[in-house]
Design a protein around this ligand. Sequence first.
Ligand SMILES: [Zn+2]
Length: 138
Amino acid sequence: MARGRKHRKQFACGHQGFGQTCQTCALKRSRRDCEALNLGRHRRDRQHWKESFADDPINLRGLPKPIVRKARAIIAQLSQGKPYYQLGGKKLRSQHNMIRIPVTRNYRMLCQQIQGKVVPLQVMSHEDYNPIARNTRR
Ligand SMILES: [Zn+2]
């Protein structure tokens, strides 16, 4: 009855394998740990994302993530002194101290020029922006 050392045996869990412990269960455990870790990371990311809005000079809550990112990039460039027209910004026709800067095709950042500085006021969708532009033109 000579058998090799690699004798497949049945573990208490019901799996079959070699060695002292069940590798199938060990693998399952490590996968579970990995998933728990990823879930934790995901929660932390979400928490961090929520908290990041406190640092914005204007309210960007509720906007789609890519819009928020783009808006923050514009705010950073303005604060570094980049001229609004280099960001595609234009003055409103009726209110020359008001500037709109395109965030994306569908979003605008409304800014006010105060003592030569361009101060962001609000990011709004194209639909929300249009009535304002019409009203100020009267
Ligand atoms: Zn097992």
